[in-house]
Write a protein of this length. Structure first.
Length: 594
């Protein structure tokens, strides 16, 4: 009986195994449908390499499988292989002209290559087959928006024609930027955008050396040679030489650089040195006005120096020189060509707008005989491609570039700190800091910046009453590698001294705030107005940034002063989470003893 049972059990198990293996122990045969299911499963898990493999194996069995073709086209789109997606979509439409997804995938791939007119044509063809197909209707709206942006300026608009001429001139000269195009938002506002996906580390621009204006070229011009021979002591030599080059070339009836010269702005009214008196009134109380006036004086001083050495340069009016001079400051690149450092203009590259953190990196590469820009991150189709002008205060952005960065964490305020005239130790202190009566500290609203320590260190020196400890203080604030007075080396001296320092800070901040006719709160309301001009808005943003720093320092001094009379344990508790935690922990608490 046991033997019979084992026999029946063995036969049943064999039958079960055969059934699971598809009959007589054979593996189930793969089909286009089975590969489609495997591919779909992988695609849904965003495992695109496995999905591509599965769909491709299915197509080996049935090359005319429309669903497999459009599914593989979807994978190609995800992998940014748009030409492959177009090939598969075209074949799917050829195999089955009624297969709606063939038109969808084709339109999607064409759109990602910025071939918008072709894309919208396939959308329309698909909608004739299935007018209510939602995915195509949504895509149609998106492509129509793309086309509207592309035609913000008519193709025959003079402004657009100038830039088309520049692009042709660059391409004819061997420049490479296959994935970039200019996008016109309005007559005066444009940006450089990606026409398709750009991968991280991909080279996106090469401008050949033949199309770069360098400082050496400027010095080699007739006027440039005379400027060099005169050995001029200019405040901004490289800017002045390059400005002279542009002015000389613009004066020629036919300059080889004309396509580039034509796209340079005619007006620089957004640059503060050209502000009207009405515009400047919006900066009342702002120390930025001093920088504007200094810039005007510096440009005029350089201009007069050139005219004195090269009289024929007077044919170019100061106003024109000033405009070109600001154009230089907003477009110049520093680079190294054949091992030699130089500066110059790089067409197209100088049209990338600013963004932090940086999205691209650039340099001159001798091996490519040109200026090269590479992507530092993936950039999707249609996005603006941007450069970084660095971490700068809005005073520098507005003065040299004519724009403001919102919520700029690099904003500064210039505190001018003076030695006290009634200080009995005034002459001793003055002699110790090379005869200076004052120093200006461009502070930020950040206690972690070195300038914060410099600022407080100098005020400790100013407020120091005990002359006997000056030798020790001065010894501590010297550095052998960098000789000279280093105020950041002056640590808190005593509670009494630190109290006077904080009171000094509070007074400086309040005096600065009182200079403005509008409050920080009213600036926020003014910025909501729709009738502000660009210059007015920039002025309000400029002064708002300054006031925010003044407000930060006033509150810093106020809070720190309030803690000086508390117990050590209470100050430690108050310091936690405070925006001034580091200062309170390392400066105030040690003064309170143990």
């Amino acid at each position: 009986m046991i033997l019979i049972f084992l026999l029946y059990f063995s036969n049943g198990l064999t039958l079960l195994i055969n059934l699971k293996m598809g009959g007589k122990g054979k593996k189930k045969r793969d089909t286009p449908e089975s590969f489609k299911e495997k591919g779909n499963s992988a695609f849904n898990m965003r495992d695109f390499s496995r999905a591509l493999e599965s769909y491709s194996k299915g197509l080996e069995l049935d090359p005319n499988h429309a669903t497999l073709l459009t599914n593989r086209a979807s994978v190609y789109i995800e992998l940014h292989r748009y030409e492959d997606a177009i090939t598969d979509s075209a074949k799917a439409i050829e195999v089955d002209p009624s297969w709606i997804k063939g038109y969808l995938r084709m339109a999607l791939a064409l759109r990602e290559l910025s071939r918008f007119h072709e894309a919208i044509d396939f959308v329309h063809r698909g909608l004739t087959i299935k007018p209510d197909f939602e995915e195509l209707l949504i895509l149609q709206k998106g492509i129509e928006e793309d086309l509207a942006i592309e035609t913000a300026l008519p193709l025959d608009h003079p402004e657009r024609v100038k830039f088309d001429n520049l692009i042709k001139w660059l391409l004819d000269g061997g420049a490479q930027f296959p994935k970039l195009k200019l996008r016109f938002y309005s007559k005066d506002y444009r940006g450089v955008h990606s026409t398709t996906f750009i991968a991280k580390n991909e080279t996106i621009v090469i401008i050949p050396r033949t199309h770069i204006i360098t400082l050496e070229m400027a010095k080699a011009t007739p006027i440039g040679q005379k400027m060099v021979a005169a050995n001029l002591n200019l405040l901004s030599p490289k800017h002045s030489f390059l400005s002279s080059f542009i002015l000389q070339e613009k004066a020629k009836e036919e300059s080889w650089w004309k396509p580039y010269l034509d796209i340079l702005p005619e007006s620089y009214s957004n640059f503060p040195i050209f502000y009207t008196e009405e515009d400047k009134e919006w900066l009342t109380g702002s120390p930025f006005l001093d920088q504007v006036n200094e810039k005007i004086q510096d440009i005029e001083e350089d201009y007069n120096a050139i005219v004195e050495a090269v009289p024929e340069f007077a044919e170019f009016p100061l106003f024109e020189f000033s405009k070109i001079r600001m154009g230089v400051s907003s477009r110049i690149f520093g680079m190294q060509i054949d091992g030699n450092k130089t500066d110059g203009f790089v067409p197209l590259a100088d049209m990338l707008n600013h963004r932090r953190p940086r999205q691209t990196t650039w340099s001159y590469e001798d091996s490519k005989n040109g200026f090269v820009i590479e992507a530092m991150e993936d950039i999707e189709r249609g996005l603006e491609v941007m450069d970084s002008y660095g971490k700068k205060c809005n005073s520098r952005f507005l003065l040299n570039y004519g724009f403001i960065v919102r919520n700029n964490d690099a904003n500064e305020y210039p505190f001018k700190c003076k030695l006290r005239e009634d200080d009995p130790n005034l002459m001793t202190k003055r002699n110790l800091i090379d005869g200076s009566l004052s120093q200006t500290f461009r502070v930020q609203a950040d206690e972690k910046e070195n300038i914060f320590s410099d600022f407080l260190g100098f005020l400790r020196f100013v407020e120091l009453n005990d002359i006997s400890i000056l030798p020790r203080i001065m010894e501590e604030c010297q550095e052998e590698e960098q000789p000279g007075f280093k105020p950041r080396k002056i640590k808190p001296i005593s509670l009494a001294n630190e109290r006077r320092v904080l009171q000094h800070v509070q007074k400086l901040a309040k005096n600065g705030i009182d200079l403005y006719p509008e409050t920080l709160e009213s600036d926020a309301q003014i910025l909501l107005r729709e009738d502000l001009t660009e210059n007015q808005r920039n002025c309000v943003l400029m002064r708002q940034g300054e006031k925010q720093i003044l407000d930060w320092y006033f509150k810093f001094a106020e809070q720190a002063l309030a803690l000086l009379d508390l117990e050590r344990k209470d100050v430690k508790k108050a310091a936690k989470g405070s925006p001034y935690e580091s200062y309170l922990t390392h400066s105030i608490i040690p003064l309170l003893g143990k």
